[in-house]
Structures are given as C-alpha cells and as structure tokens.
Write a protein that binds this ligand. Sequence first.
Ligand code: 5AD
Ligand code: SF4
Length: 459
Amino acid sequence: MKRYFIHTFGCQMNVNDTNRMGEALASVAYRPTPVVDNADLIILNTCSIREKAEDKMLSALGRYRQVKLQRGALIGVGGCVAQQEKQKILEKVPYVDFVFGPDNIGQLPEILGRVTNDRVRVVETAWVDSEAYVFPQADPQTSRGRCTEFVTVMKGCDNVCAFCVVPHTRGREVSRAFPEVLDEVARLTTVGVREVTLVGQNVNSYRGGSSFAQLLLRTAQVPGIERVRFTTSHPHDLSDELVEAFRVEPKLMPHFHLPVQSGSDEVLVRMKRDYTVSEYLERLARLRAARPDIAVTTDIIVGYPGETEADFQKTYALCEQVRYDGQFSFVYSPRPKTVAALKEDEWGPVAHEVKVERLERLNALQKRISVELMSRHVGGTVEVLVEGRSKTNQARRFGRAPHNRVVNFDGDAPVGALVTVQVDVASQSALLGRQVRITSLGSVVIPEGAMEAESCVVA
Ligand code: 5AD
Ligand code: SF4
C-alpha cells in the first residue's frame, strides 16, 4: 500500500481541495500518513496570496527533498502557485515530479500514472471557467469523525481588487448549482456533521440558481444541520436579503467576515474595492441592526502603494470605531500581474520598516479590543459545538461558540455534542471554561484508530 502526505497552505478553499485530493488518491489505493518520512507521495497544496506564502512553499519543498532522496518519494505541487507558475516550477525545482492546478484534482490518478509508468514530469493546469465546470463531490467518509465541514459553493472571483492574485490563479466565478450543494450538505449529515461553512472567494455574488441568502436559508433547513457559516464576502454586494437572513434564521451563526482592507477612501480607490468607508459602515450598521450580537472580523492591508501616515491613521481610526472582534492584517506584498504591482512605482512604494511598524500598531490596537470583547464573556455561558480534545490536557475539550470564538473547557462531552460552557478566563484568541451540561449529543463516530482533532489555541 502506498502512502501520501499533503501539506496544505492558505485558505479554506485549499483545505477543501486537500480533502478532494485525498479522495482522488484513495481511488488508486493511496492512504494518508501523518508522518512525511513514511510517504511515497508528497503533495504541496500551495497558496500565492502573499509573498510569504510562496516563500513557505519553497522552504517546505527544500525539506521534502530529503524524503525524496531517502525513499524515492514523488513530489507534486498543486494549488494557486502551481496554477500561476506552471512549467516554471519544474524548471526552478528539478526534484518536483508534477504540477497541477485547482481544477485538475480529479486528474491526479491519471497524472500519477503518467509520472510512474511513462517516467515523465507532468504539468496539468488547464482550467474550466464556465458553467461547464464540474465541482468534485465530497465523499462524506472523508468527514467521518468531524462535526463541522466546509462545502464549496463557488470558485474563482470576478472582482479585480488591484492587489489580488486570486482572479489570476482561480479564474472567473463559477457557482455550484444549489441542489448539488444541498445534496452534499445532506450527505455530510449522515456521518454526523452538524455545522457547515459554505466557502467561496466571493460568496455574495453566488449565482447557482438561487441567491446566496436563499442558499443559506435552505442549508439551515437540511435535517441534522444545527449551524451554518460562510466565508468570504466582498462588502460591495452585501445584499439586504443576506442581512435579512441574519434576522430570521437563528441557525445562521452570528459571525460575519467583512474585509475592509483600508480605512482611507483614496487607498480604496487605488485598491479598486468599489466602496467608500461610509458605504462600508452603512452596510455594517444594517448588519448590526439585524443581529445586534453579531461578531465582525476583517482583513486589512497596510503599506499599500501610496499609503501615507494620514491614510493609515484613517484605518486605525476605523478599527477603533468598528471594534472588530478579530482582524487579519497583512503588509502589502506585490503579486505578479496585478495592477498594484505594475503601478507600485508610480503610486509610491512604502518602505518595509514603515509597513511593519504600521502593522504592529494595528495589531496592538486589535489585541486591546479583542481582549476587551472576549472578557465580556467571563462569568457567562456560551454554547459550544465540540470539535475535539486539548493536546495538553486529556480532560479538556475544545470547540467554537456561535460567534466563532474558540472555547477550551474542562469536560467530557464527545465530538459533535452541543454543550453549555461556563466561561472563567478570556484571552485575545480563546475562552476557557467548564462544561455545565450537554444540550444534545450528535452522532459523530470517531473511526477506529483515528485521533480526535486537537486544539492548538489556548486561553
Ligand atoms: N498583499 C497583502 N495582503 C494581501 N491580501 C490579498 N492580496 C494581498 C497582497 N498582495 C490579503 C487581503 C485579503 C486576504 C485574504 O489577503 O487582505 O482579504
Ligand atoms: Fe481577491 Fe478581491 Fe476577489 Fe477577494 S474579492 S478574492 S480580494 S479579487
């Protein structure tokens, strides 16, 4: 029996793609191994959203080269860097055997056949960016032992944010037909999945035969589904219908990731984001009016070409005003073929030290706000969907509260249970508490010999 090891970089789309790769490999008798040294096949599922992500891929490749030398393991590169660089990866890294894009996951068995039988190096990155694209169906067996799962609802992105490489690596938007999405959700419930996160680069412009809001409402009605989440949204097409869904559907969890990117209108124009700060705030206000307890998180880029200290101050002030529950902030990095990369010299590059210093100021602000917001839970209770056990303490479990906060707690509830947890301690990223009671058990069965998921965030 041959074993594979997949190293996943990047977003939930990639996590999902990794699962589909596993299923394609299972069809040719490959089994997963958690230990790379035992692998006969190593795949890097790459991300190219920022420079750092690409650097990480290159250094991981360097490490895996040893396994190739020792065991003759095959090495494949998939994901966004593969789609972008294609043949160039083979030229740059002589020990890579094959390169395949996100649309070519189903071809893995055939690619492997060519690599092993014909002893050739293969590049397969043809993509289909029309309704003719067939989304790979998830096999529910892959989700055995889990209570929460991602479900792909669309691929690609039709926006042209000036900094972003995604339209170049994932192509045009294609939505998955809603009956197919609902069918996948229903099949996931047969192994005990109770929470689904609908994923796409830009879910607000979903067009799979229903609006995205309708899709969420229908998903919430699938028997066995207790919680529905989604990611990720672009503020400019946040519809009234979606806001209304938050008012009427309690299974739609009160968390919204709404990337703002910058608090300066001038920067937003150069980013081609298609909204002003006041329009963004107005949409956020509607959301908060519909669901007053909603947790809001965001993405911010600092040091975008031409960003002045005054622009940055506006971003800082926006964060103080909105009081985000969490924030993913990044220093700008130029990406190939993007407008921002081409115009960087004209708009004025920001020095690296300035970028880093701005990022630090923003992170310090967010830390203070997150701790304040998290501390409000201390002394109260939250409902947690149990995902696994703590790495360091056998009597401790972890899961997520409705607002998507990680909760570690002392208790014995099994994976898939919904439990009430009394919160004792809060940190920036997690809550710590005690199990009060199990509300409902769920039907997750941990496969024999498999490990429960382990928490890595500590309060
Ligand atoms: N540089 C820095 N951050 C970026 N992001 C996307 N492209 C870049 C880039 N070139 C960030 C955005 C986006 C998140 C997924 O990654 O904030 O929302
Ligand atoms: Fe990139 Fe903008 Fe599309 Fe998000 S909406 S994936 S940032 S182009």
